[in-house]
Design a protein around this ligand. Structure first.
Ligand code: ACO
Length: 341
């Protein structure tokens, strides 16, 4: 696992700047699909889904709402709250596993949609951990003084990649996007420390196997359903709890803090049982976790981003609160970020 903090110095010897979140935003599509709606599609029940996952409903994007459209709407909300114009952005980083297309990047498409003509754009793919990966990448550019205004987005249209006949996966996921504008911060601590980790040896446990260079699109590939998300749920569960706990402890150790210092935990919202298991192992009451999985299901890279925006806008987290964000996803990938708002 690698770790970075805001106390060191950049490679060229210049001081490292504090980096803060200037504004956040999110966009959830209008259409709600409830567990009862799913009962019409597959052999399942509201009781089974809610008791195993904590999910009651999820949002589904409209046909004309591709991932870049969801991302652009979240970005516009974040820019407005940050008081930053799109043409002031120097970089756009999008975390997604459901890009509009293989290339160009979704970040380039967002740039065009919001008119951020001065930004350099790229996607970073770290599945459900993606938002903390883009947050940390952006922080590096700003901390070293290379850039002043970076937009990071987690956005997913998972409904396009779900097998709606597979009850073991279709009940879990939803669509949406969350965004944050980052910049140097003079006061407070901003993003205090991050840890990130990856284990490609476990890639097979959670993936979309087809559609890339290993299994290019073909009628046979589609007939096998290899273009859909596949997952070994129990294995994912086990590793998610272990990695999220380890990452949380490691990031706190880096800055000499404990869970007692943390006002709010904002986890990746995969399912309620994972979050309860993490809370129990960290010995933190679950009511210190910000939870929205009941309304949105798992939105992969958008999940923690949407939760952060909601927690700020609802006043659940306030200026000078210490917030722990912690994520886990396909790859496997995981990470934890500690920030003072
Ligand atoms: N409705 C009704 N029954 C179902 C459903 C459903 N939607 N899905 C599975 N079942 C059945 C299975 O077919 C199985 O039946 P069987 O015993 O007759 O074979 C039974 O329920 C138990 O299946 P399990 O897969 O063992 O159920 P489990 O208790 O493990 O719950 C779940 C499944 C919810 C997916 C769980 O493993 C889990 O939460 N895993 C974590 C995975 C996750 O959240 N992934 C998200 C992506 S990764 C990430 O974001 C971190």
């Amino acid at each position: 696992m690698s770790a970075t903090d805001n106390t060191g110095r950049s490679a060229d010897g210049r001081g490292v700047r504090n980096v803060g979140i200037l504004g956040t935003g999110c966009y959830l599509p209008e259409k709600v699909m409830s567990n009862r709606d799913l009962e019409e599609l597959v052999d399942t029940s509201d009781e089974w889904i809610f008791s195993r996952t904590g999910i009651r409903e999820r949002r589904l994007a409209a046909d004309d709402e591709s991932t870049s459209v969801l991302a652009a709407r979240a970005a516009e909300a974040a820019l407005e709250r940050a008081g930053v114009r799109a043409d002031e952005l120097e970089m756009i980083l999008v975390a997604t596993i459901t890009p509009d297309m293989l290339f160009p990047s979704t970040a380039c498409l967002v740039q065009d949609l919001i008119g951020a003509k001065n930004a350099v754009c790229m996607d970073i793919e770290a599945a459900c951990s993606g938002f903390l990966y883009v947050l940390e990448t952006a922080r590096q550019y700003i901390a070293t003084g290379s850039m002043d205004r970076v937009l990071v987005i987690g956005a997913e249209k998972l409904s396009s990649f779900i097998d709606w006949t597979d009850r073991t996966t279709c009940v879990l996921f939803g669509d949406g996007a969350g965004a944050a504008v980052l910049g140097p911060q003079d006061s407070g601590r901003g993003i205090m420390a991050s840890v990130m980790g990856s284990d490609g040896g476990l890639a097979h446990l959670l993936r979309i196997p087809g559609g890339g260079s290993r299994r290019p699109p073909s009628h046979e590939m589609i007939d096998r359903g290899d273009h859909y998300l596949r997952m070994e749920g129990r294995e994912v569960f086990k590793h998610a709890v272990r990695c999220m706990c380890e990452a949380s402890q490691m990031v706190l150790e880096k800055v000499g803090m404990t869970m007692d210092d943390v006002a709010c935990v904002i986890p990746h919202q995969a399912n309620m049982r994972i979050m309860k298991a993490v809370a129990a192992r960290l010995d933190v009451p679950i009511d210190r976790f910000y939870l929205n999985v009941e309304q949105y299901g798992n939105i992969s890279a958008a999940s923690a981003a949407v939760a952060l925006d909601e927690a700020i806008r609802k006043g659940v987290v306030k200026p000078s609160d210490i917030v722990l964000m912690v994520v886990f996803g396909g790859g496997f990938t995981w990470g934890a970020t500690l920030l003072e708002l």
